[in-house]
Ligand binder design. Structure first.
Ligand code: ZN
Length: 318
């Protein structure tokens, strides 16, 4: 619907060649090969509404800060989180919750492409290291971090408040190798910004690249002694952008029908291999926080939070 003459795509023919197939299964495998091979085989994918399997925001805002707050704190806060302004989050995220416990103190890190994350995670209060926006790596720099710091100055992305995901990804990967955090939060941002810009070709290419980044992270943890077969990935999105083509597709928020529709993917050693969940059901964004804590064998002590997704883990006795 978007690859036509409406200006969303620079070179329609090349894009069709790269990503199109009339078979929707092949099409989605081409776009997101890691999701539709490894995660669809060994993990879980929630949110294909074709099967009545629904994943939704419980906040009614359907844009970024409210979504990230819901993911990270476990509950919607439509009273206080009503804009994307750089306001320190009054709510405690699970990152802060974990960093407050002896076993996780200073072993929690966050990387994001968007420069609002230091406020969403409340870096000031939580004391968590948040590398977001155009922040550079600091302290005991590896050769790779020195190089990333240098080229981040030299490669100008299209946006003021959001850096290209390549920097977020490689800073985060380097953190995994160097400091071995027990909990790592990564937020990629490009797809959303390319959509706002009406660049559907770049949007698809970014989605494809994000899938490759997640694959690279997974291959690293599965090759590393500390992380191997002990690490769970929970992957989701802050909002949807509906299913209507043309102008509405570019945006999201309450006025866009379907803007609250999301998906959730889980991959890890304690996660039953349900693949793409084809039973009807409903999960919410506010369950992600408790699900992440359940992966660590913990119950989230936050009455406002959604419950952990029950089918996410096999019963583990600890
Ligand atoms: Zn957006």
């Amino acid at each position: 619907m978007l690859i036509d003459d409406s200006g969303y795509v620079g070179d329609p023919e090349a894009l069709v060649k790269e990503f199109w197939d009339k078979d929707f299964q092949k099409r989605r495998e081409t776009l997101l090969p890691f999701f539709w091979s490894t995660i669809a085989k060994d993990g879980q994918l929630y949110g294909n509404r074709k099967y009545g399997n629904k994943a939704d925001c419980s906040n009614q805002m359907w844009f970024s800060y409210p979504g990230y707050n819901e993911i990270l704190s476990g509950f919607a806060d439509d009273q206080n989180i009503t804009s994307n302004d750089k306001i320190n989050n009054p709510n405690t995220t699970i990152l802060e919750y974990l960093n407050g416990q002896a076993a996780y103190k200073n072993k929690v890190a966050a990387f994001g492409s968007w420069d609002v994350f230091p406020y969403i995670i409340n870096e000031e209060r939580s004391g968590i290291y948040v590398n977001a926006g155009f922040k550079k790596a600091k302290k005991n720099l590896t050769e790779r971090e020195l190089f990333l710091n240098k080229i981040q100055d030299e490669i100008r992305g299209p946006w003021g408040g959001v850096r290209l995901d390549v920097f977020t990804h490689h800073y985060a990967l380097e953190e995994l190798k160097k400091n071995k955090p027990r909990v790592l939060y990564i937020s990629y941002g490009e797809t959303d910004d390319y959509a706002h810009d009406g660049k559907y070709d770049q949007y698809l290419k970014s989605a494809y690249q994000t899938d490759s980044y997640i694959k690279e992270l997974w291959e690293f943890v599965q090759s590393d002694e500390q992380y191997k077969n002990k690490t769970t990935f929970i992957i989701t999105t802050d909002h949807g952008r509906g299913t209507q083509p043309k102008e509405t597709w570019k945006h999201h928020g309450k006025r866009i029908d379907g803007g609250g529709q999301i998906w959730i993917a889980i991959l890890g050693p304690d996660t039953p291999a349900l693949g793409e969940v084809k039973q009807s059901g409903q999960v919410y964004q506010n369950q992600v926080a408790a699900t992440a804590l359940a992966a660590l064998g913990m119950k989230y002590d936050q009455p406002k939070a959604g419950k952990a997704i029950e089918s996410a883990f096999k019963a583990v006795t600890k």
